[in-house]
Design a protein around this ligand. Sequence first.
Ligand SMILES: NC(=O)c1ccc[n+]([C@@H]2O[C@H](COP(=O)([O-])OP(=O)(O)OC[C@H]3O[C@@H](n4cnc5c(N)ncnc54)[C@H](OP(=O)(O)O)[C@@H]3O)[C@@H](O)[C@H]2O)c1
Length: 230
Amino acid sequence: MRNYLVVGGSSGIGEALTEILGQSHRVYATYNSHQKSNDGNVSYHPLNVLSDTFDLSFLPEKLDGVAYCPGSILLKPFHRFKDEDFMEDYKLQALGAVKTVRQVLPMIKSGDHPSIVFFSTIAVQRGFNFHSLVSMSKGAIEGLTRSLAAELSPTIRINAVAPALTDTPLAAKLLNTPEKSAAHAEKNPLKKVGTPQDIAATAAYLLSPQSGWITGQIFHVDGGFSSIIK
Ligand SMILES: NC(=O)c1ccc[n+]([C@@H]2O[C@H](COP(=O)([O-])OP(=O)(O)OC[C@H]3O[C@@H](n4cnc5c(N)ncnc54)[C@H](OP(=O)(O)O)[C@@H]3O)[C@@H](O)[C@H]2O)c1
């Protein structure tokens, strides 16, 4: 049985990942605003990555894998974003991941085939209208993925999953009518909006020893949307 930390395990992709991992492993999952109860192999702990106190004292001495799931999708025309918007988004999406890795390093260094997974977005690989904020923060995550993969090899593997639009509470505004859902599905080569399980399955694989020769990679789990025009 492996020990995993899922930061942001109370909703969407992180919740689906927690469920998959919790079937056969011990999972320490965190929530911010949606409190969740412990269940089987899964224990839930409060954590706001934006707060000054960043308490991960609930973790065991040895961790085998970590996923950092907090993110945002704030879409607006570029001229309507203020400097503060970019800074706040960067704090959540990029600096939160940095703080998490810094804190877990001693525990994950002694793990078995240790692995860290971040989340990027298709909007780094492809340019979309109104995505300047999220694409900048996630661009930082993709850089961090490759540079940490170099620096922490050969002990710890680091990869990122870059989803296209996925049906989670984060994406609710984009998918809150059948018409919007159908229009987004129609744009995708596989004619479907992602499910949290589609994305979590890849993250679970990247956290497992089965992906032991993969590091420094960005996995485009997006129905082909980043590479196919149909
Ligand atoms: N959904 C998409 O279409 C999509 C597309 C591309 C990339 N992504 C990326 O995939 C990742 C997961 O997204 P999702 O759609 O599953 O999001 P989600 O449903 O909003 O879940 C986000 C998780 O992060 C936690 N969280 C949020 N703010 C936090 C904070 N300040 N401190 C600690 N935890 C915090 C949330 O906790 P509470 O719910 O308890 O507050 C929740 O558990 C994100 O990095 C996102 O950018 C998603």
